[in-house]
Design a protein around this ligand. Structure first.
Ligand code: FAD
Ligand code: AMP
Length: 483
């Protein structure tokens, strides 16, 4: 017998579960279908983010940083350590524990909000119907007034480095190395490659990041990218730009497996280098396999994303799509906000989302974070702007914490002084950039931010000073521009 819902969500990642919860809060009868199975073969909610993405990567980043600190960064504080060791299974076990706690938490939230949580596969059929196949292979046809597709993304595979989950892994495999690889290759010096490379670099791997592009973090403000490259290189990450991987070969010496990577270097020369493990981090692609019946009416764009408009409506009436499976940055918080917007739209509210103010963060140490426009984008658009920079080396709080690398950069319109972008590499950059994002959402000028009282001594004072520096009013550095 077919059951009818107001809303059926397919996928329970940060886009889908948030949409389901918000829809249910708004009084809509909601179901959420999820096909993810954990190691014990049980259905789990949370998607990539909670199971093999944001959360487990941050757990390992935090553990590995504490190890590095205990081993090498405490002496400066007068703390002597010796015999510091890493217990890799212990570290992985902690990560798994956090994943279990949080995925269980999402299931609890769905239940508390009266969302029907269904484990199995969902397929969009014509006319708002959804084919739901449970883990025993039994199919039921469900009906809904609205369907939200939130099927997420998966890692891109490249034929020159096929993942065998032994020597060559993707990001998921790199979150579960049972021992520390002596020599670790990373293809792609993007966000995920740098984070995972940092984890194993801190634990003792010799890490080489091979990046095909000739500029580092090309999408970021290039002043911040250059500073980041300097800091990460100092930490031992061997970042090689203009190096395109063209082949890999698995080799066995005794009982040791290794992978020989062939790449063209920046002079165009062919180079071969061997690694114990190789992580392929060349991006992610939208996942729609088995999701859409031929007559569903939902169209994909030329890159395989589900085609949507600004409000996340697909080409089929009453069918919406959100998160990594649609255009825009592949970030958990972007999908979540789309989920809220769509749930509210379905409930008849006039919600919109501000795509111009989505913060992006790289959780290296120090963190790198950005919101709004880069200098390069503004130059290309012919905008007139002023820049204010404050280095953490001039921050009392940063010096106290021995976190003096990096800077806050704020860009404001030359005529209106409205803040257009904030770019930070430095301690707690992720949280600091959010302060500017909030100011920007309220249309703040650099002067407005400069007029606010910031607690002392805090890292946030660097944001304050950068805002003051935009108009030449910084107190704790010499201003480039005097006013
Ligand atoms: P997903 O999280 O991919 O969830 C989609 C879900 O849909 C999956 O559970 C899948 O099983 C399910 N599904 C698909 N098809 C069907 C179907 N037919 N039936 C039923 N279920 C289906 N982003 C950040 O913002 N911050 C970070 O720090 C960050 N770190 C990351 C680190 C790593 C290593 C990785 C890999 C990603 C990271 N991301 C980060 C990206 C983030 O994980 C994604 O942007 C986010 O998970 C996308 O959410 P989503 O809900 O769109 O899709
Ligand atoms: P991101 O999109 O942030 O995950 O980053 C992926 C990175 O991988 C991009 O910077 C690409 O330039 C890089 N990349 C893709 N293919 C290759 C390749 N064959 N060799 C080296 N780098 C690559």
């Amino acid at each position: 017998m077919s059951e009818k819902y107001d809303v059926i969500v397919i996928g329970s990642g940060p886009a889908g579960y948030v949409a389901a919860i918000r829809a249910a809060q708004l009084g809509l009868k909601t179901a959420c279908i999820e096909k993810w199975k954990n190691a014990e073969g049980k259905g789990v909610n949370g998607g990539t983010c909670l199971n093999v993405g944001c959360i487990p990567s941050k757990a390992l980043l935090d553990s590995s940083y504490k190890f590095y600190e205990a081993k090498e960064a405490l002496a400066v504080h007068g703390i002597k350590t010796s015999g510091v060791e890493i217990d890799v299974p212990g570290m992985l076990g902690r990560k798994e524990g956090i994943v279990k706690q949080l995925t269980g938490g999402i299931s609890g939230l769905l239940l508390a909000n009266k969302v029907t949580s269904l484990f199995g596969t969902g397929k969009l059929l014509a006319g708002h119907k959804v084919g739901y196949t449970n883990f025993d292979g039994v199919e039921t046809i469900l009906e809904a007034n609205n369907v939200i597709l939130a099927s997420g993304s998966i890692p891109v595979n490249i034929p020159v480095a096929p993942v065998d989950n032994e020597a060559i892994v993707d990001s998921t495999g790199a979150l579960a190395f049972q021992e520390i690889p002596e020599r670790l290759g990373v293809i792609g010096a993007g966000v995920i490659g740098l984070e995972l490379g940092s984890v194993w670099n801190r634990l003792g791997s010799k890490v080489v990041c091979l990046e095909a592009m000739d500029s580092f973090l090309a999408m970021m403000d290039q002043q911040i990218a250059k500073e980041t490259q300097k800091i990460l290189s100092k930490q031992g990450l061997d970042i090689r730009l203009s190096c395109r991987v063209t082949g890999t070969q698995l080799k066995t010496t005794g009982d040791k497996k290794e992978v020989e990577v062939t790449f063209t270097d920046k002079e165009g020369k062919e180079v071969k280098e061997s690694f114990d493990k190789l992580i392929v981090c060349v991006g992610r692609r939208p996942f729609t396999q088995g999701l859409l019946a031929e007559d569903s009416g939902v169209k994909l764009d030329e890159r395989g994303f589900i085609y949507v408009n600004d409000l996340c409506s697909t080409s089929a009436p009453g069918v919406w799509a959100i998160g990594d499976v649609v255009r825009g940055p592949m970030l958990a918080h972007k999908g979540s906000e789309e989920g809220v917007m769509v749930a509210e739209r379905i409930a008849g509210h006039k919600a919109v989302m501000n795509y111009d103010l989505i913060p992006s963060i790289i959780y290296t140490h120090p963190e790198v974070a950005a919101v709004g426009k880069t200098e390069e984008q503004l130059k290309a658009a012919g905008e007139k702007y002023n820049v204010g920079i404050f280095p953490f080396a001039a921050s009392g709080r940063a010096l106290a914490a021995d976190e003096k690398d990096g800077m806050v950069k704020i860009i404001a319109h030359a005529d209106t002084d409205r803040i257009l972008g904030a770019h930070i590499v430095g301690p707690s950059a992720a949280d600091l950039v959010q302060q500017v994002a909030i100011a920007m959402e309220f249309g703040s000028s650099a002067e407005d931010l400069g007029m606010m009282v910031f607690g002392h001594p805090t890292l946030s004072e660097a944001v304050h000073e950068a805002a003051l520096a935009v108009n030449g009013h910084a107190i704790h550095i010499a201003n480039r521009k005097k006013k």
